[in-house]
Design a protein. Structure first.
Lengths: 349, 349
DNA sequence: TTGTAAGCGTTATCAG
DNA sequence: CTGATAACGCTTACAA
């Protein structure tokens, strides 16, 4: 049987073999640097490969090896710079180690997440890095996620958020600590009554950050006034609405903690509209840094984390899993860094 | 020969067939909704699929069909929100149409781009959406890109930037027009001498935007002063350095055009440091909107484009190509939208 | 309407 | 050191 190329460009291992006067096994051996190949044969093969611009089909390799080199990345918000920075870190390491990344945006939707996992499963991804869309409170929803992940039967790293009832490698932020630090510093800077715009309290990370704030206030011998606890959801519009309402009533705390980058933006927008000056009329420490604010020279204080490094770490952990699969699950907590620029202090009283 | 599952979770079409008491072809037919299948057989198969949670291996399907459903996306800066917004648009449409996206960040490096294309080629991607890392001035580099793309032998959409010497579907911005509009509006607002921080003039999009500015100034019967033409590269640090130098010498134009979102940020940073007030000491119209500035209530005027839609459009065009391959190459120019918020006018003279 | 069998482009086992 | 040959999991004529 004559081997006929399916398209004029893509040649197969068989044609390389024929042109080099060897068998496909030999070609495969030089391709993978496995087994014994004489220098003579190797050279012939390498020449043909170069001349013909042969590139082996990953699809065929994958099928044959029953293993791909594709890493699935499931992200809840592709329009949140936090996650794109993480993604950037992941791709960086993937690149170095010869993996490809297939990424899915779930837009915080459980349905889209289910679907993404199904698709990635079909692709037979080698490993998964996932930030769950939500903490599925519905038992059925949660079970579906558990099942999906288990069925995948591959190394999985959970990033930033938590999944209840299942133990997996986890790369997360020092959430409690970031809340605690932020509030403490506000107090240390002289602010007596502290407010907070929380994240989506359905998410453990939001609860942890909030608990940190609460504890810091308690530890300082102060009280957290109910009316300064604004129940947000990590989104710009909600934070904006909440802050707006607060300023409308003209009753707001001396210092406030905003629970993530999006929340900060919403807050700042409202403050701006009401001519409330940051670091003058109200003190603020945000969780998450915001590149632009630095560029603008705003004196925005925050507790920050190395987001790109979180991505790199996740991918490195995943690679560890590929090498050895201990039962032990790893927990990598990314520390928060305090960055004070002035907004933690009110210059007006 | 007995069919033995390779792992307890992933079952194959053969096992489904056996459990349903049909042949693999029948299973394949219900899977693909192709050919004739009796209701009886279909039901049996569907039941088994559901019970066993069978999900067909995309790898095997791809190999068999000699075609994947993977779209390659090559992006020069994963840390530029413009590109992540585009990516978001692309994934959105991919999702709807059953494609997966494999994305590569080239960090504006020609070498990384070459490598990315090689990897994506190995994956036998179905289509490609690419924003080239650079306009390869070196003939050899350029030829390598041409060859890579040609060898891929798949539909390709070029996005935002240009590739010399090759005609492909192109989705780009109204670059000349955006420069022209920005400068015209500055002039219309009463600014007599106009400056500009250009992008990387190696890139045609930067040259086009700059030409637009030049022409608008000419058309207004004015002159573009050499010393107000700052040769940037679309990056924050360079724009910052250039603007800083300008403010240091305390000689700057009445109005300035910044050539993209990164350039604007660099400029604003410098302005801030030198206490130059936007819309007061100096007028500015940027190319590209910046979400955060709106949130901050800054009166930042710009010419903007619908970035996410650019991503959607690219993916839709790619799908068109899958359906029919006319020789005709499409050019989709995304119009610029003028958004005036005040910074185009100086309130001080 | 269904099943058989030959691929798809690799890898891997096992003789030689 | 090398080459047949049988997978890998699916699709698709073709025959029944």
């Amino acid at each position: 049987v004559e081997a006929v190329p399916q398209c004029e460009f893509m040649i197969t291992i068989r044609e390389v073999a024929k042109l080099a006067n060897v068998s496909t096994s030999t070609v495969s051996r030089v391709l993978n640097n496995s087994g014994y190949v004489s220098d003579f044969a190797r050279e012939k093969v390498e020449n043909v490969i170069r001349e013909q611009n042969y590139s082996p089909s990953a699809v065929a390799v994958n099928l044959s090896k029953r293993e791909t080199s594709i890493i699935g990345v499931v992200i809840p918000e592709l329009d949140n710079t936090f996650f794109t920075e993480v993604l950037s870190g992941v791709t960086e390491v993937c690149d170095q180690r010869g993996f490809s990344v297939m990424c899915c945006d779930t837009a915080n939707s459980v349905e889209k997440e289910d679907h993404a996992l199904y698709i990635l499963g079909q692709q037979r991804i080698r490993g998964l890095i996932i930030t769950p869309a939500q903490e599925r409170s519905n038992a059925e929803d949660l079970k579906r996620l558990h099942d999906s992940l288990e069925r995948l039967d591959i190394p999985i790293i959970v990033l930033d958020r938590h999944i209840d009832g299942i133990t997996l490698d986890l790369v997360c932020y020092e959430n409690y600590g970031s809340g605690y630090t932020a509030a403490s510093e506000l107090i240390k800077a002289g602010n007596k009554n502290i407010g907070v715009i929380t994240g989506d309290l359905q998410l453990r990370i939001a609860r942890d950050r909030f608990r940190g704030v609460q504890q810091a206030v308690l530890d300082a011998g102060l009280e957290l006034d109910e009316k300064y606890i604004l129940n947000g959801d990590f989104s710009v519009p909600t934070a904006y609405k909440l802050a707006k309402k607060m300023f409308e009533n003209n009753t707001y705390p001396e210092g406030i903690v905003t629970s993530n980058n999006r929340t900060t933006l919403g807050f700042l927008k409202a403050a701006n509209e009401y001519k409330i000056e940051i670091g003058k009329d109200i003190a603020i420490i945000g969780i998450d840094s915001i590149e632009v604010l630095d560029a603008l020279g705003l004196n925005f204080s925050c507790v920050s984390r190395d987001t790109r490094e979180m991505g790199r770490t996740s991918m490195r952990l995943l690679c560890d899993r590929f090498e050895s699969d201990s039962e032990q699950h790893k927990l990598h907590v990314v520390p928060c860094q305090l960055i004070l620029k002035g907004s933690e202090r009110r210059t007006l009283k």
